[in-house]
Structure formats: structure tokens, C-alpha cells
Design a binder for this molecule. Structure first.
Ligand code: AMP
Ligand code: MG
Length: 324
């Protein structure tokens, strides 16, 4: 299969690219599209066969559910059984934005989308191109992140093509995604809402509007973790961990430690000091280090305070998965 690159950078070509992408989706194809977090791999949510193709293209187990992307709470109400007050309040404050709400599904939402379950995840992405695409299609777009299962998420069209080129019909290219981190996933089907995945919207922000289950926060990701490709380590031990005869990427927030391990090539990347800017650059930086041939990446441990929770969580997941 040929994967068509549809350029949707600012300008007059954008509307044309969005129309072409919508027409591919209407015909049952798969199109990757930008959101404010990462690129999503979309299918028209009403087309079960198309939705199933997402799992095949990603190599993702069918039990892991997809998010239905909508323009607003009105479109979301097609997919969920009644919109509870909590959902209206949250959507009014955070949509379009990186907050995914899990609610009971309507019969029209296929089990292919929900991973066989009775709930469905919905969110409105804060990205003009994504919103234009959903609007043009006229229905929700079912999408997970546009990367092979257990690979780095894509924040550029190039990353999508590197992982999924030849496996999907098109990529709508709007440049680098601004946000970086995936959305916060909040389950509203339990008596007390529960955070299932930490993300850009923090638990503290949610608590300004609704009660959130303590237990739902899960255990906080540890400050350091040693993984296969990526490890998060204290600055004091960075140098000692760089193996000889390897090309190692090192992500630091402050000054780079003096390192000259015999035989190793060290590629140092200085990351932003703030959590939001750090998140915006993380995936792009990791893609660059991998493309530069780094066989290992060492990340300087992040601060322990709450604003870094989602970031620490994400790094922990990357380190403990088979990502490389
Ligand atoms: P991805 O964007 O690739 O991370 O995939 C979507 C994510 O949304 C999944 O990994 C789930 O964590 C979450 N999700 C989607 N639907 C549901 C649901 N019905 N219940 C709980 N989590 C969900
Ligand atoms: Mg994903």
C-alpha cells in the first residue's frame, strides 16, 4: 500500500488536504492526523472494518480500546449514554484539550472500538486540523496513537511514516504536535471518577471541578528506573552507566556532567527546565537520538513534585516497555 502524504501546513492547501483525508476515511481507509498531543491513527468510527484495520496496522492487541475523537460534547453525546453533569463541567473547562472521558457506550459504538467493553473513551482534540477533519467527516474518528504497538509515539508526520508507512492510507502533515504528552484518561463510570492514565491535565486541575478517587491516582512512578533502551537515572551516576563501545543518548535538564567514557560516543541533549516544555520536546528528541543510532538513552531523573508526575509516569512506561 502507498501511504499518501497530505500536506496540511498553514495556508490554502490545508482545507484541500483535510478534504482528501476525510474522503479516505469515508471510503474506509486509515489516516494519521495531528492533535495537540501526538499524531493519532484514525478510522471513521462507524466503520467497523476500518476500525479493525487500525489494530492490524499497529500490531496492537484487540483488547486495548481506542479513543473516539469528537469536535465537542454534542458530538460526543452520540457515542455515550447520557452526558453526566461531571462530563459537561469537565468538557466546558478542558475541551478542546488533552482530557479523555470514559463513559458508558451507546449501542452504535462497536466493540472493536471499546476493546470488547461496555464503556467508550471520548475527547475533543485542541488542534485546528484535527477538528477540521472531524467536522468534514461529520462523525467521530476512532484513533489510538499513530505508532506501531510499543513504539515511540509520533509527533511529526515523518515519525508516522517511519513506523506505519506502507501500512496506512495517508498522513495529514501539520508539522510537529505542540503538546507531546498523551491525554489524561479519566473514568467517569465509577462512583468516584478515576484517573486511568496521567497526562497533560493534572489531578489537581480536575479536583478544582470534581471529586477524584485517591486510589485512582495509582502509585507514583519511581524517580529512577533502568530499562532496555531507555533508563532514568540520577545525574551522579550518569557517567558511570555509559557503556564502552556504544552510542548513548543522554538527556539532561541542567548542565551536562563531564563524561568521556572510553570507547563510547555520547550524544547530549539539553532539555527544557519546565515540565510543559520538557513534555513538548521529549518524543521528538527520543526519535532524533534513535535516528542518530543511539543504542541506549539515559535520562536525568526528573523533579519529584506533582507537576512532573505525568512526565515521570510516561518515562517509566517507556523504560519498562520494549520501545526502542
Ligand atoms: P493510545 O492513544 O494509543 O494510548 O490508545 C488509547 C488509550 O485510551 C488506551 O491505551 C486506553 O488507555 C485508553 N482508553 C480508550 N478507551 C478506553 C476505555 N473504554 N476504558 C479505559 N481506557 C480507555
Ligand atoms: Mg499509544
Amino acid at each position: 500500500m502507498n501511504t499518501t502524504l497530505l500536506t496540511a501546513l498553514e495556508g490554502s492547501k490545508r482545507a484541500e488536504a483535510v478534504r482528501s483525508a476525510a474522503s479516505i476515511l469515508r471510503d474506509g481507509g486509515l489516516v494519521a492526523f495531528p492533535t495537540e498531543t501526538v499524531y493519532g491513527l484514525g478510522a471513521a468510527s462507524s466503520n467497523q472494518a476500518a476500525v479493525r484495520k487500525i489494530f492490524a496496522a499497529k500490531g496492537r492487541p484487540s483488547g486495548v480500546p481506542l479513543i473516539v475523537h469528537v469536535t465537542d460534547i454534542e458530538l460526543a453525546s452520540r457515542y455515550v449514554q447520557g452526558v453526566p453533569e461531571s462530563a459537561s463541567v469537565l468538557a466546558r473547562r478542558f475541551w478542546p484539550g488533552p482530557l479523555t472521558l470514559v463513559l458508558p457506550r451507546t449501542a452504535g459504538v462497536s466493540l472493536a472500538i471499546t476493546g470488547g467493553g461496555e464503556t467508550v473513551a471520548v475527547r475533543a482534540p485542541a488542534h485546528d486540523v484535527a477538528l477540521a477533519l472531524i467536522g468534514e467527516l461529520g462523525e467521530g474518528i476512532a484513533a489510538p496513537s499513530a505508532n506501531r504497538y510499543n513504539a515511540l509515539p509520533s509527533v511529526r508526520a515523518k515519525h508516522v511514516l517511519d513506523g506505519l508507512g506502507g501500512l496506512i492510507d495517508g498522513v495529514l502533515d501539520a508539522g510537529r504536535c505542540p503538546g507531546g504528552l498523551e491525554s489524561t484518561v479519566l473514568d467517569l463510570t465509577t462512583s468516584l471518577p478515576r484517573v486511568l492514565r496521567r497526562g497533560a491535565v493534572t489531578i489537581e486541575q480536575l479536583r478544582e471541578l470534581i471529586d477524584v478517587d485517591e486510589a485512582g491516582q495509582g502509585s507514583r512512578a519511581p524517580l529512577t528506573v533502568e530499562g532496555q533502551w531507555l533508563s532514568v537515572v540520577e545525574p551522579s551516576v550518569l557517567a558511570g552507566l555509559v557503556p564502552a563501545a556504544e552510542r548513548v543518548g543522554v538527556l539532561v535538564r541542567g548542565d551536562a556532567p563531564a563524561m568521556s567514557p572510553a570507547g563510547a560516543t555520547v550524544v547530549v541533549r539539553r532539555m527544557p527546565a519546565g515540565a510543559a516544555d520538557y513534555a513538548a520536546e521529549l518524543y521528538d528528541t527520543l526519535h532524533k537520538l534513535r535516528d542518530a543510532g543511539c543504542t541506549r538513552v539515559l535520562v536525568e531523573a526528573l523533579p519529584g513534585d506533582g507537576s512532573w508526575d505525568a512526565m515521570r509516569d510516561r518515562l517509566f512506561r517507556l523504560a519498562t516497555s520494549t520501545v526502542r
